[in-house]
Design a protein around this ligand. Structure first.
Ligand code: ATP
Length: 324
């Protein structure tokens, strides 16, 4: 095999409950992840041993090459949505994934990667994590490793708490730091609009602001648990009920750090969104629509209102990273 392409979805959090800050700085979370049809695509090519000059496959001309190990190399090119904001060195999560998988397999990580982005960068939709999951699946196939899913899930959890869900897909409750996943039964399909903002928000900064706000207000936070009403709405495919129970504990912090988002959320509600919330750590805003047609109308209305850079429609749940 000389190349493998993997398609991987973005996620939106239907519930993001943030527990008290732990001694290690992380928070215990209850995270209801939902994979939506907004996809990045990662292609992995065989890279001959000496080939470290860059992939030569990118239309955008953005390419970088990094040493993956003392005796191997990974090169990466990125194109598409906000590609210029994606690192092209060892900080790229897809590169990290290729290096981690090669180390586990005891081989050289010689590979050329190309990432086609549609998932907003630093948008609260786990785009970098998605690319890492896609790179794991692509390199595993390219190198003929045949790793069991559980092993890829283990490597994924080491790479970041949102990476396992990008492999898992569908709808799932994540606990711990978000990486322990339990599948949630869902009837039917839900239609979404995502309002993409100018720029991004740093996840660490949003968590920091959330801690600061809680300290300032003396808010006592209990141990989080998955909402029964949310599970019931998903099980029967009731979009109206789902819209009423969407929740995100990071939203107040994201709104403080990015004040225009309040207007974006209000505009979506004015145009009949069944639910409106900041996606993860933001600044992307997610709107639940009544139908596919309503999603299209809502996206047009949000763009016309000038409350976002662009608005895209998607539906969920969809499967996790898969070879195309
Ligand atoms: P999450 O929802 O998991 O908190 P996010 O969607 O807000 O994440 P990402 O798009 O994953 O944010 O990007 C976060 C940062 O990760 C970016 O600012 C970028 O510098 C870095 N990064 C590393 N690799 C990638 C990648 N392949 N795609 C996008 N960003 C990447």
């Amino acid at each position: 095999m000389t190349s493998v392409t993997v398609r991987v979805p973005a996620k939106v959090n239907l519930q993001l409950s943030v527990g008290p800050r732990r001694d290690d700085g992380y928070h215990d979370l209850v995270n209801v992840f939902h994979a939506v049809s907004l996809f990045d695509e990662v292609t992995a090519w065989d890279a001959p041993r000496q080939d470290t000059a860059g992939p030569g496959v990118t239309a955008s001309g953005e390419a970088g090459s990094v040493d993956g190990s003392p005796d191997g190399s990974v090169s990466v090119a990125v194109e598409g949505e906000s590609a210029a904001r994606v690192p092209l060195d060892g900080g790229n999560l897809a590169v990290k994934a290729a290096v981690a998988l090669a180390a586990r397999a005891g081989r050289r990580p010689d590979v050329r990667l190309r990432i086609r982005k549609s998932i907003p960068v630093a948008g609260g939709m786990a785009g970098g994590s998605a690319d890492a999951a896609a790179a794991l699946v692509a390199c595993d196939a390219l190198w003929g490793l045949g790793s069991p899913r559980e092993e890829l899930m283990e490597i994924a959890a080491e790479l970041g708490s949102d990476v396992p869900f990008a492999l898992f897909g569908g709808t799932a409750v994540g606990t711990g730091r978000g990486e322990k996943l339990t599948r949630v039964p869902v009837a039917g399909r839900f239609h979404w609009v995502f309002a993409l903002a100018e720029g991004g928000l740093s996840t660490a900064e949003v968590y920091g602001e959330c801690d600061r706000l809680r300290e300032a207000t003396g808010e006592q936070v209990g141990w989080p648990s998955a909402s029964d009403d949310l599970m019931a709405a998903l099980a029967i495919g009731d979009a109206k009920a789902l819209g009423a129970v969407l929740s995100n504990d990071l939203q107040p912090a994201a709104l403080l750090l990015c004040r225009p988002l309040a207007r974006t959320l209000a505009a979506g509600r004015e145009h009949g969104a069944l639910g409106a919330l900041v996606s993860g750590s933001g600044p992307t805003c997610a709107f639940l629509a009544e139908s596919e047609d309503h999603a299209t109308t809502l996206a047009t209305a949000l763009e016309a209102a000038g409350v976002c850079r662009t608005a895209v429609t998607a539906s969920g749940p969809v499967p996790g990273a898969e070879i195309v």
